[in-house]
Design a protein around this ligand. Structure first.
Ligand code: BT5
Length: 318
């Protein structure tokens, strides 16, 4: 694939077979496989093969070309999966993805949100799970959703010139509606984190009406911008961004917190936080060092939430 990609003119079958150190028959099978998966490869006798179009799908070769070197050979793409987080977890638990890995699906039949909620995952979205094995304490791992949401919001701002907001802890909103979400799961031992699964869902190239009543306050990037987004470029920017910034989870997290605050749509608002059986109303005043939400309740008492669902009320002008 790479040999074809690098050349604007046709490459002879013999040259390709030589480069790949395979027979002409094996090369032909390889080309057929690529064609079956959506690559358009023109082939003429004596002239050779030329790549005319790459599939609209997210493909390992295309992604690996854009991702940090650690992802070479560690990207898996599927037409359809139950949940990318589930497969990523299974593989990580078996010891695969020794440093990092990525699982991508065009659609998910059982996409998951937080707290056992469902995540609708039609064609055209970016549904992917990043596996990393950082040297991290369990307490610092609680910072991951904030880092991921900052990186996603910045990627959208940069590539699409929109102004995403972040609702605590990790909902990415565009014009007040949810365009992306993050589901972080981890396996840990007493010593610290064994691996993290960072599941990312971005509503990219489909219309929000496809989500139906399951996601009444959702939007998609194509609905917001009017043009299809380059899913490959956006996915790569997000994955590379998170990968590069992982060290900030244990050192220098303050800089991530201030980037999060800049894009926050939660701070300074009256909020209702539902956490388990408890529901608390107050003003969201700030984040603590681990990314917990500090809420000032009536009477001035301050509570810190590590988990929970926030509903936004009005802005509080101080
Ligand atoms: C999230 O949950 O926001 C985390 C979403 C993570 C999805 C990714 S996709 C790749 C990876 N594999 C998975 O199986 N999951 C991850 P939460 O904050 O709990 O939001 C869930 C709620 O958002 C649902 O109860 C719906 O109301 C709404 N919702 C469902 N699908 C949506 C969509 N596509 N866009 C916006 N909102 C949606």
């Amino acid at each position: 694939m790479r040999a074809l990609k690098g050349s604007a003119t046709p490459v002879s079958g013999q040259a390709l077979a030589d480069e790949l150190k395979i027979s002409r028959a094996a090369l032909w099978k390889h080309i057929k496989k690529l064609r079956d998966s959506g690559y358009v490869i023109a082939g003429a006798p004596r002239v050779g093969y030329r790549l005319e179009a790459v599939p609209e799908k997210l493909m390992p070769v295309e992604l690996e070309d854009e991702l940090a070197p650690v992802f070479k050979g560690q990207v898996l793409c599927f037409e359809s999966l139950g949940s990318t987080n589930d497969l990523a977890k299974e593989k990580a638990a078996r010891g695969e993805f020794r440093r990092a890995g990525l699982v991508v699906a065009e659609t998910q039949a059982g996409g998951r949100g937080r707290l056992g909620r469902a995540w609708a995952s039609p064609h055209g979205g970016i549904w992917m799970s990043l596996v990393v094995r950082p040297d991290l304490s369990i307490s610092d791992a609680s910072r991951v959703p904030l880092l991921a949401s900052v990186v996603i919001a910045e990627a959208l701002a940069e590539q699409l010139r929109i102004k995403p907001g972040i609702k605590w802890p990790n909902d990415i909103l565009v014009n007040g509606k949810k365009a992306a979400g993050v589901l972080t799961e981890l396996a840990a031992e007493w010593g610290g984190v064994e691996y993290l699964i960072i599941g990312i869902g971005v509503n990219a190239n489909f219309h929000a009406r496809e989500l139906g009543e399951h996601a009444p306050r959702a939007t998609t990037l194509i609905d917001e911008t009017g043009t299809p987004v380059d899913r490959l470029r956006l996915a790569a920017r997000i994955i590379n961004g998170i990968w590069e910034e992982l060290p900030l989870l244990s050192q220098g997290f303050e800089s991530v917190l201030s980037r999060w605050r800049e894009r926050s749509v939660t701070l300074g608002r009256t909020v209702t936080v539902a956490n388990g059986a408890e529901t608390v109303r107050g003003t969201a005043v700030d984040l603590d060092a681990q990314g917990g939400l500090i809420v000032e309740v009536d009477g001035g008492e301050r509570r810190v939430f590590r988990a929970g669902e926030v509903s936004l009320g009005s802005s509080v002008v101080k």
